[in-house]
Write a protein that binds this ligand. Structure first.
Ligand code: GAP
Length: 500
């Protein structure tokens, strides 16, 4: 089995080799932080979105959907606080021209026998403590300082003082004196609407889909026949000019979100609603094939809450590069509706018929990135094993999200009865499910090609199908078990596996 870093490399290679994910604009050298989804990636991504929409919109009575624009009236972002607060702390290395997020750059003084002999710096990752200790020992050796090295206590660069800026080495060069003080960098992409390119025409690509929901709150209440508590769900593109896009599609500059704003009465117990949503999201992840054992919770400390939040818990996933945020579940109170109401001058409230009172509802927001779910599914599904003495890569994707639900193979391609039967079954299945047809190469090789892209079943039409009326063979990707069934049974079998 591949080691964690190798595993990421193997997955990235597989994504490129088999057409899941490509670097965007690859023929021009790529564009950092942007990715294109190839034929198989587009299928997997659509299946994730479809599962989410089915489970949270179609199968519930209390959530309706929305599809708002990517560019809103620019005042939206003033009211929401994004123009003032949607910033990351940026630090530059003047020598190497590298840019870092200051909260992902860690430093510590190197103290030997009570004396500070210099500083070390490392970039945030799982092994940063060990790396910092190694650098500190190197420095102690280089300066030939006798005595005990005190424990290395890392802090992030936002906690550094002006006196320390000149002393902390750049992670790029290892030399002190080239890092700037941290400064705020707004992550929204700007554009212009209309022919004028002046301040009056500035607009922004949305950095989250959520605000499209809040600014449509009144429209949905007036038209949607909703009753409190209720949710509005939206999925779509979001854009953030991330300082440091990294870990493949985990942190990119253009990505997709699936967000719900779930409105509750201000009298309701928001902590219970928040907890229920966290549990509901954990259960959903499990239902689509992300194991509970790889998920954990990170409640944000009060002092680190986003400007809109009363409480946020991140659902974390054990990615090969470390435990990182998969989803945020925030209790946003009445912050957004109040802000938009005040700035627009429109009443964005709810009239409670029973109590004959008006109030601004509070909101719980589960928000997840499609691309992160995609990566969590791929890293869970990726396995290397051996079949009949041959190494195989297999994606054990659940059928609901797998790009192809089955592949149809004629055992040989020079026997017209076998080929015709296989093509007929393929055409019949294709009316209902996304299936693949492959007639070329040894049957073992064809199975392997499908294993690698996560196709759960391989259906083979062989001599016995034709000569003995024995039905077709259905091979299970994970157990390798083969069973025979009729073509009618195959249709019912797949339908049951996909739709339950
Ligand atoms: N409306 C709330 C909101 O946007 P967030 O924690 O900033 O909250 C929600 O983002 C989710 O969107 C994250 O949990 C993550 O899954 C996804 N996400 C955020 N930034 C991302 C990025 N740069 N690349 C990929 N996904 C991202």
């Amino acid at each position: 089995m591949a080691e964690p870093t190798d595993k990421m490399e193997s997955i990235i290679n597989l994504c490129k080799r088999r057409g899941f994910v490509f670097a965007s604009s690859e023929i021009y050298g790529g564009l950092n932080g942007f990715f294109d989804y190839g034929p198989l990636g587009a299928e997997l991504k659509n299946n994730i979105k479809q599962a989410w929409w089915q489970d949270f919109v179609h199968r519930r009575d209390d959530i309706v959907g929305l599809d708002s624009t990517i560019i809103h009236h620019p005042t939206t972002w003033k009211a929401s606080g994004h123009i003032d607060n949607f910033t990351d702390p940026l630090v530059d290395c003047k020598e190497s021209k590298m840019r870092y997020r200051a909260d992902q750059l860690f430093f510590a003084p190197v103290i030997v026998a009570g004396e500070t002999i210099g500083y070390v710096s490392v970039l945030e990752d799982e092994g940063m403590q060990a790396k910092a200790e190694e650098l500190a020992n190197d420095l102690k050796r280089k300066l030939a300082k006798p005595g005990a090295l005190e424990p290395i206590k890392l802090k992030d660069y936002t906690e550094s003082t002006p006196e320390q800026y000149a002393l902390i080495p750049s992670p790029a060069t290892g030399k002190p004196g080239s890092l700037t003080a941290p400064r705020s960098f707004n992550m929204m992409f700007q554009t212009y609407v209309g022919a004028m390119q002046d301040a009056s025409a500035v607009a922004y690509l949305r950095p989250e889909t959520a605000q499209g929901i809040f600014i449509n709150f009144k429209n949905v209440v007036d038209t949607g026949r909703v009753k409190l508590p209720f949710g509005i769900a939206q999925m779509g593109k979001a854009f953030r000019n991330e300082i440091n896009p990294r870990n493949f599609i985990f942190r990119s500059r253009e990505f997709e979100q699936m967000e719900i704003e779930y409105f509750i009465s201000p009298q309701a117990d928001w902590q219970t609603a928040h907890r229920d949503w966290i549990e509901g999201c954990l259960a959903w992840f499990e239902s689509i094939g992300i194991p509970r054992a790889k998920l954990s919770l990170y409640p944000h400390p009060q002092e680190k809450l986003a400007h809109y939040s009363k409480g946020t818990t991140d659902i974390m996933f054990e990615f090969p590069f470390g435990v990182q945020e998969l989803q945020g579940v925030a209790a946003r109170g009445d912050f957004d509706l109040t802000q938009h109401s005040q700035v627009s001058g429109q009443k964005l409230d709810w009239f409670d018929e029973a109590g004959k009172v008006r109030f601004i509802p509070h909101v719980i927001e589960p928000s997840v990135g499609v691309d992160r779910v995609f990566l969590a599914l791929l890293t869970t599904a990726y396995h290397e094993d051996e079949v009949e003495g041959e190494k195989r890569v297999v994606l054990k994707l659940p059928i609901r999200v797998a790009p192809f639900k089955a592949a149809v193979f004629p055992l040989v391609k020079n026997k017209p009865e076998i080929v015709e039967r296989a093509e007929a079954l393929y055409r019949r299945l294709k009316k209902r499910f996304n299936v693949f047809y492959d007639a070329s190469g040894a049957i073992g090789r064809r199975y392997r090609r499908q294993d690698e892209i996560g196709t759960p079943y391989g259906i083979t039409i062989d001599f016995e199908t034709i000569e003995k009326g024995a039905g077709v063979t259905v091979r299970n990707r994970d157990t390798l078990e083969q069973v025979r069934m009729t073509e009618d049974e195959v249709v019912r079998f797949l339908d049951e596996k996909i739709n339950g």
